[in-house]
Each structure stands twice: as C-alpha cells, then as structure tokens.
Write a protein that binds this ligand. Structure first.
Ligand SMILES: Cc1ncc(COP(=O)(O)O)c(C=O)c1O
Length: 402
C-alpha cells in the first residue's frame, strides 16, 4: 500500500522528536516543549466566541470587519496603505496563509531563501509546491545575518525570501539594518518576501516589531502572514491572514477556498473582538511574557545552560547545553525527561545541515528550545525539578553521567 503514496507523502516521515513527545507523555513530564500557552485565553474573547455560536454564526463565512481592522492596524503600526477589500485573505491560521502564499507564487524549481535555524513548517510547504528551499545560516550566538551569505545564496531562480521576526526558535528580532539588507536584496534581485509575523505583539526590552513590508519598495513585493494564535492565546481557533498586493491576495483567496473554504465562522466573529482589544491588553501581554522570559533565563542559567542570546521577542528561549556536557541535544532532552521530568525540544529540528557542508555545523546539536508560554506555576515547577537535579555548583547532574 505504501507504494500508492505520493512522493510528497513519502518524504514526510515522523521525526525522532515525536518519539520524545511519547516518552514525555509516558513520564508525565512538565511541558516546556510546545509553543502554546497552558493558561486560559482572555475571557472577553472567549465570551465573544460563545456569543457568536449562540447567535448562529455557524455557516461558511467571510468577516469583512477583520480585513477592515487589519488595514487600519497596518497603517497605524507600519504606515502601510492596505485596501481591505482586495489585499487581505483570511485563512485558517498563519499556517494555511503561509501554505497558500507559497502555492500562489512558487513553481517547480523556484528557489526560496530560508534562514537557518527556522520554524520547521516552511521547508515542507515549499517542497510540497516543488520549490527548492535554500538555507542561509544565521551566525550564533546572536543569530546574526551575514549580508554576504545572503547575497551568495541568491540566484536567477530565487523567487522569494522567508522572514520570521520575532523568530521561533531563537527569539531574535531582526535589526533595522538586517531588515534593510533583506529589503535591498529583494528589490535589487526582484524577489518577493513572505513574512511570518505571528509574534508581532510579543517583543521585549522596548524592542519594536518592524514589518519588512514597511521598507521602501517592499510593500509591492511582500506577503505578510500572521494570526490570532499567539497574541490572543487561541492557537486552536485557526484564524489567520495574508496581506499582499491585490493580485497575490486574490490568488491566495482562491487557493484558500479550494483547500478549506473558510476559517471557522464563530472564531472569525470573535476575532473582531480580539483585534479591537484596548492597548492595555497588548501592553500586559508584552509585560507578562517579559517577566516569564526573565524567570526562565535566570533559572536555566542557574542550572548551567549557556545563554548568550536573551530572547528579544516570541516566547522561546534557545539555550546552549553546558560546554562540559558531552550529550547531544536529543540525548540531553531524553535525560531531562527521564530524570528531571521536564520536556523541551532538541534544537536540531530547526537546522537544515545538509546545505552548508563546508561550514562547522557542530553547534547544531548543542541547542535546546524551551517554550515559556506557560503559567507561573508550570515554570516554577520546572525550575524546582531542574534545581533538584543540579549540583551544588549549579549544574544539572544526570545520574548515568556522574
Ligand atoms: C513562527 C511561527 N509561525 C507560525 C506558527 C503557527 O501559527 P498559526 O497557529 O497561526 O498557524 C507558529 C506556531 O508555533 C510559529 O512559531
């Protein structure tokens, strides 16, 4: 029967990381792996969804008010002139918006630049569309973009550059200079950009999110994708969007209709309430996550992790395994689960080694991603478990490696 599968399906196999998830479940480990909150969504948003269902917004639906509001926000936040009638497609989360964007612009053999490390789903979408992902390594420990590396990766077949800022897994917010470099390359080499801005409202230390689309010459070549998921603690609602020049937005809408028809109607209605939340909501979101960031940085540094880069946004910390520890990332997480009862994600899943064999890639097995979008009680419990396993010197001490 396997012979009947498409080449795309055969290429997507379960990763070793999924086995770790099963181990974590068996050990009932505290979950700092998954990128979604374990605390409730805001009541005003939940009430809006309940009320939408009771008001019978239960059929296929396009809520134009979302587009109207997004256009106002794009002007306010980034100075962009967006036509809410033609330039926005509502999709099922950023995930579908991104996939539809890729299918809207990528033909077989088109090359798409991805930064390395990066969120895992981009590569799969690009290969499904028969495009070719080309990875440009960001330099550790600060995940700096080297303009030469970017330039050297551009060819006559480069169709687009994908940018995720604030970034999963590193928590990096790309600097204005780095964004300018990317914008210049796009304009000079006539490339499109697809941005993933799901963490647009989660930035720290007065760091401001700047959309790549706001740079000169970029709005007409950028597809912005984002969603409600992270900002409003509703990853299961599946409401997202793409904002793009009208021709591309229309193509994305057509693809979206073929794949899913429409995003969930009651949650689109509730999205209106969410997006219209007062400024205090967004301020407290940032403040709460900044406190959680500071807490996790402190407790992981306290048990020996090397943290050279403090997240500037998102809700992930990409921590380096202590230098003295001989374990790889997967081995380390296995021991964390078994001995500390805490699960995180081995960093290797975010790297794509194969494309830069000339370089020293040893660092790719040395990182672990911790998600801090968890309640204070969960974070405190994890800190306690790790603390119990750490030596007097403040380093985690796994039993079999004494
Ligand atoms: C960078 C990034 N983009 C997109 C998503 C998924 O967004 P959505 O729930 O809107 O599909 C995630 C979820 O972890 C993410 O980290």
């Amino acid at each position: 029967m396997e012979k009947k599968l498409s080449s795309v399906a055969k290429a997507f196999t379960p990763s070793p990381i999924q086995e770790l998830s099963h181990l974590a479940q068996r050990c009932n480990a505290i979950n700092l792996a998954e990128g979604f909150p374990d605390f409730p969504a805001p009541p005003h948003i939940k009430n809006a969804a309940v009320s939408a269902i009771n008001s019978d917004f239960n059929q296929y639906r396009h809520v134009q008010g979302i587009c109207d509001h997004l256009a106002i926000m794009a002007k306010k936040m980034h100075g962009l002139d967006v036509d809410p009638l033609t330039d926005i497609a509502i999709c099922c989360g950023q995930t579908e918006a991104f996939a539809a964007a890729v299918f809207a612009i990528i033909d077989q053999g088109d090359e798409v630049i991805l930064f390395d490390p990066s969120y895992e789903t981009y590569e799969g979408c690009i290969t499904m569309a028969r495009g070719i992902p080309v990875f440009v390594a960001l330099d550790p420990p600060h995940w700096t973009l080297d303009p030469n590396k970017l330039m050297q990766s551009i060819t006559g077949r480069t169709k687009a550059i994908v940018l995720n800022s604030p970034q999963n897994p590193t928590g990096k917010v790309f600097t204005k200079d780095a964004l300018e470099t990317i914008a210049e390359v796009c304009c000079r080499r006539d490339c499109l950009a697809i941005t993933d801005e799901v963490y647009e409202h989660i930035t720290f230390d007065n760091e401001k999110h700047i959309s790549l689309a706001s740079f000169t010459g970029m709005q007409e070549r950028t597809i912005i994708t984002s969603s409600l998921s992270k900002t409003f603690c509703v990853t299961g609602w599946r409401v997202g969007w793409a904002i793009a020049p009208a021709v591309i937005a229309s193509a994305i809408k057509n693809i979206h209709v073929k794949i899913t028809d429409s995003a969930p109607a009651p949650f689109q209605e509730a999205a209106l309430t969410a997006l219209r939340s007062p400024p205090e909501y967004f301020e407290s979101l940032r403040r709460d996550y900044e406190l959680k960031r500071d807490y996790i940085v402190k407790f992981l540094a306290g048990v020996g992790f090397k943290i050279q880069f403090k997240p500037q946004g998102s809700f992930f910390l990409f921590a380096e395994i202590p230098e003295s520890c001989p374990l790889s990332d997967v081995e380390y997480v296995t021991e964390l689960i078994k001995q500390a009862g805490v699960v995180a994600v081995p960093g290797r899943g975010f790297f794509h080694k194969k494309n830069f064999s000339q370089e020293d890639c040893s660092y790719q097995n040395r990182y672990i991603r911790f998600a801090f979008c968890k309640s204070d009680a969960t974070l405190a419990a994890a800190a306690q478990k790790l603390g119990e396993l750490s030596e007097a010197s403040g380093c985690l001490k796994f039993h079999s490696f004494d």
